[in-house]
Design a binder for this molecule. Structure first.
Ligand code: AMP
Ligand code: SF4
Length: 470
């Protein structure tokens, strides 16, 4: 179940030869990626003569009116939805960013986090660059604007100076370009429609638009789309791949495929593995909605226990929702999550959530189930203990908030008030994902960071007090 603050970013790009309505298509693409970021939304559209930019700090349907979409006429566009992993949620930090360069106007949108942004900002400032935002994306734009030569060479030179996680979509007046970092932390996928090509963080944004999924952009690869068609350019040799395993656990939508694996199926396999690893006597399996649902279904299927909807989530709560006051909360107002008494009362419940990060969500859910009359509450996390902060674009870089870094499993169980607390094993996760371990980033579970972070070189920097891995 999603916490109140939310995830990272989503990027989208489209290039259509025959002047179709790219702005409404970008709107729909971004709408399909809204789960990846709710703080700001934006798009840049080119009509071949100029790039037009429109963005705001709100959800996609709130930022773009029908009128605005009609004004954004062009044949290629990029778009972005954002959760602020770097820089706060200020209007100027919304993306795409547009700069004037020797190649003309360039718009750029970024998913991920750079790990050498401090050095880059220092170097760029010394060479006279002025920054208008507090995002690391502006560093990329500035680096790009400083390069000479043709755009492709400039992009390669820029990408080679970046360290960390970046999936980029870049728009010039005549071209759409996608770039993925050499370790491939964040996804980027190419699709086609009869009238053109699309790029998106997740395949759900392509299939939502009736597009065919062609293939994922490879780590260290760039794709250039223009009137001559599609060209791929490998700009970095692959040393190792480090695809973020948390995309499977939580971020991606279940109707997306990542590295050829259906996210929904992976989550179902995770559920089945959880049952295999830790069977339990219970009456019913329920999910923390909605992110725990596929794993709960897999658990139920493997165990033969019935799967039920035990908690109902109101889907229509946006950022503008007014939080109930303390007084209303004390009256038991449960606007966001309401239990179904008939499913829960007098039952031994297995409740499955995709992950436990700070532990506050699990504590709330267990309390709610008990108040509703559950006989027993067995809490299952469909991922291993989240022990180490992420520096590659996921919002957990406050290591001190991570409950599993502070307490062992027995202590967490007591804190959240469950009868049982079980986590998936690391081996179980890798097996369920179905991708070789060497191709995945597992750092938030293992502490083995595939790329060094400034001031953080090993997991020992975050060594936990207890042994949450036991
Ligand atoms: P908590 O343990 O209270 O931090 O919340 C864990 C819940 O938040 C899980 O149900 C996940 O669905 C969700 N979640 C996990 N990681 C994130 C994240 N980076 N941003 C927002 N929600 C997350
Ligand atoms: Fe993903 Fe975790 Fe690696 Fe961050 S540390 S990229 S969340 S697997």
């Amino acid at each position: 179940m999603a916490r109140e603050i939310n995830e990272e970013c989503g990027v989208f790009g489209i290039y259509c030869q025959n002047h179709v309505a790219v702005a409404p298509l970008t709107y729909l693409g971004l709408f399909a990626l809204q789960h990846r970021g709710q703080e700001s939304s934006g798009m840049a559209v080119t009509d071949g003569r100029q790039i037009m930019l429109y963005k705001g700090t709100d959800l996609v349907p709130k930022v773009f009116s029908e009128e605005k979409l009609k004004q954004l006429k062009g044949y290629a566009a990029i778009g972005h939805v954002r959760y602020s992993t770097t820089g706060s949620n200020l209007p100027e930090n919304a993306q795409p960013l547009v700069v004037d360069s020797s190649f003309g106007q360039v718009a750029l949108a970024h998913n991920g986090n750079l790990t050498n942004s401090v050095e880059l900002r220092g170097e760029l400032t010394r060479s006279g660059a002025v920054f208008n935002t507090s995002t690391d994306t502006e560093l990329i734009v500035n680096l790009l604007a400083q390069q000479g030569g043709d755009l492709e060479t400039a992009l390669v030179k820029t990408a080679q100076q970046l360290a960390g996680a970046f999936a980029l979509v870049v728009l010039t007046r005549k071209r759409l370009i996608g770039v993925r970092d050499p370790l491939g932390f964040r996804p980027l996928v190419l699709g086609a429609r009869p009238d053109g090509y699309l790029l998106a963080s997740e395949s759900c944004a392509l299939t939502n638009l009736g597009a065919e999924v062609l293939r994922e952009i490879q780590p260290g690869e760039m794709v250039i789309i223009d009137q001559d068609g599609v060209k791929f350019h490998k700009y970095a040799e692959r040393q190792r791949e480090s695809f973020c395993v948390f995309e499977y656990v939580y971020f991606a939508r279940p109707d997306s495929n990542l590295l050829g694996q259906s996210v929904h199926q992976v989550r179902k396999r995770i559920g089945a593995t959880l049952w295999k690893e830790a069977p339990v006597e219970a009456d019913v399996v329920i999910a923390a909605p909605d992110s725990g649902t596929p794993a709960a279904m897999g658990f139920a299927e493997a165990s033969g226990l019935p799967f039920e909807i035990g908690l109902l989530k109101n889907r229509y709560i946006g950022r503008t929702f007014i939080e109930p006051s303390q007084q209303l909360r004390e009256l038991g107002v449960r606007i966001k999550l309401n239990p179904i008494g008939a499913v829960i009362r007098n039952k031994r419940i297995v409740i499955i959530d995709d992950s436990i990060v700070r532990g506050t969500t699990s504590a709330k859910i267990v309390r709610l189930l008990r108040e509703t009359g559950a006989k027993e509450v067995h809490m299952y996390a469909a991922s291993p203990p989240y022990l180490y902060p992420c520096f590659y674009g996921i919002d957990t870089s406050q290591g001190t908030d991570l409950v599993a870094a502070k307490y062992n499993i027995e202590e967490i169980k007591r804190l959240i008030g469950a009868d049982t607390l079980r986590y998936l094993s690391l081996e179980g996760l890798v097996e369920a994902v179905g991708i070789q371990k060497e191709r995945l980033c597992l750092a938030c579970f293992t502490g083995d960071y595939p790329l060094p972070i400034r001031g953080v070189t090993s997991k020992h920097c975050f060594e936990q007090n207890g042994s949450a891995n036991e």
